[in-house]
Write a protein that binds this ligand. Structure first.
Ligand SMILES: Cc1ncc(COP(=O)(O)O)c(C=O)c1O
Length: 482
């Protein structure tokens, strides 16, 4: 119930509380707010509807008198009845129990809050892992669609592994990173996240143990946990995941695979060295431990390209490599790919067909055009320069305002700075305080539930002015809340 677009009309002759009463009654009677639905707090609604809290109190009293809602201390206000429910001989289904019973785990509460706040265009987003709207290539996209729309665009379903021409194009671009992958060993998916989802439901048993860097992006989504798997974090150092203990830990915990983000790691920005990539592959080979290599940030280097992916040295089919255009070209296209041994790709393609019958053919067409025409290469070169500028600007801001309260790394690519606060302030408390002021943060606990002292900062999303203003205010808030 996060998006209430409606607001009462201040100029109407109907009193505000009655307008609110009518609005909520309608929602309840038409079943949108089913029995058990939690109504937002009076304070939230007063803010959302831009009215006094007393107006909401009066509207709630009327709804309670009509028997539609009930308020309980400690558990808030809920819908308890609707007229249809009263008249029907059998009560309506208890949707709230269904909602709680679903197999997939809900997002963490803090991520739900972040997702809600991101819908507010006035908010300064200092942790968002996405290119800023001003960096995305809207004009070129419009041109490309105009020029090519009557070309050979197929509006039908694509083949199970995705559009063949796109897979040939990706096969060629992977060659430049040292990865030999022919089209049958490539599956087009709807972004890196779907790649993980498909792997979790197609290749692994419940109870499997997944190793990952700690902290990790993997903790911010419940893909593996919802499929009944357990995550196990292995620390990072400057060169990437610490590989020495992987063998022992594998035998101890019967791990089933290792998930890693070698280039510009989310959330720490770490770049795994070439040496470490080779060591990790060696351990994985010796231990027969498959690797999922998440390369969604691979293209976003500043001065020098990252070392070749782990997959480039994989001559035994140990590694499943994931790529995506979400972090470089457009997250809205929802196009990514998985590269791996053919039997694995066949299995994943079969499950994908049962899931969504293939990713959008228009999106696949667009991505193919971008890469094949050479536009993508020109565009990504500009993005590298602009992101590097943003990184430098942010590091300057941190040097000015944060040197007495935090430490940080200087990333050589990607979006993220892993800021370590030295003030002992709870990052959860800071998150709330910043949100009150229109600043959205990504606390470290999203990526490691025990983390209390880090923030994932991103210089990719906010405008340059917002970066200046937001980080300055954040430094003040940290000092005020010490
Ligand atoms: C490491 C990593 N993998 C995968 C994804 C998801 O990417 P996509 O938008 O392509 O699904 C993200 C997004 O934040 C990410 O950081």
């Amino acid at each position: 119930m996060s998006e209430i677009e409606w607001k009462p009309q201040k100029c109407s002759s109907l009193p505000l509380h009655l307008q609110i009463y009518d609005y909520m009654k309608k929602k309840i009677l038409n079943g949108e707010w089913t029995i058990g639905t939690k109504i937002p707090s009076q304070r939230t609604l007063a803010k959302q509807f831009a009215v006094n809290r007393s107006t909401i109190v009066t509207a709630f009293e009327e709804l309670a008198a009509a028997g539609l809602i009930e308020s309980k201390v400690g558990s808030g206000t809920r819908v308890i009845n609707n007229t249809w429910g009263l008249l029907a001989s059998t009560p309506p289904p208890d949707w709230i129990t269904y909602v709680r019973s679903g197999i997939h785990e809900p997002n963490m509460n803090i991520i739900q809050k972040i997702n809600e706040a991101e819908a507010d265009s006035a908010i300064i987003r200092l942790g968002t892992g996405e290119l800023s709207p001003e960096l995305l290539p809207n004009k070129q996209m419009a041109n490309l669609l105009q020029i090519d729309i009557e070309d050979t665009l197929s509006l039908g379903y694509e083949e199970p592994k995705g559009n063949l021409d796109l897979r040939k194009t990706i096969s060629l671009s992977l060659k430049r990173k040292g990865i030999e992958a022919s089209p049958p060993s490539i599956l087009i998916v709807s972004g890196g996240l779907q790649a993980l989802q498909l792997i979790s439901i197609s290749l692994l048993k419940r109870g499997s143990v997944i190793f990952h860097e700690s902290p990790s992006y993997l903790n911010s989504v419940h893909v593996f946990q919802s499929a009944g798997m357990n995550l196990f974090g292995i620390p990072l150092d400057k060169e990437g995941i610490k590989h020495e203990s992987i063998g022992n830990l594998k035998r101890q915990h019967h791990a089933t695979l290792l998930y890693t983000i070698p280039s510009y790691h989310n959330p720490t920005g770490t770049l795994m060295s070439d040496r470490r990539r080779k060591s990790v592959l060696e351990v994985a080979k010796n231990e027969a431990l498959p690797i999922i290599e998440d390369g969604v940030y691979d293209e976003l280097w500043f001065d020098n390209p990252p070392p070749n992916p782990i997959k480039a040295n994989d001559n035994q089919g140990n590694v499943l490599y994931i790529g995506s255009v979400s972090k470089s070209l457009s997250p809205g296209l929802r196009i990514g790919w998985i590269v791996g041994p053919e039997p694995v790709i066949d299995r994943l393609a079969d499950i994908k067909m049962q899931t969504d019958y293939g990713s959008s053919s228009i999106s696949q067409y667009v991505v193919n055009k971008w890469i094949k025409s050479g536009w993508y290469e020109d565009y990504i070169n500009q993005i590298r320069v602009k992101l590097k500028y943003r990184r430098d600007l942010t590091i300057n801001i941190l040097n000015t305002y944060f040197s007495d309260i935090a430490t940080w790394n200087i990333p050589s690519g990607g979006f993220y700075i892993w800021l370590q606060l030295q003030t002992g302030i709870s990052t959860r408390k800071l998150f709330e305080a910043a949100l009150q002021e229109g600043i959205l943060l990504n606390p470290g606990s999203v990526y490691d539930k025990n983390d209390q002292e880090h923030l994932r900062l991103s210089y990719s999303y906010a405008s340059l002015e917002e970066l200046e203003k937001g980080f300055k205010r954040l430094s003040e808030l940290i000092k005020e809340n010490k």
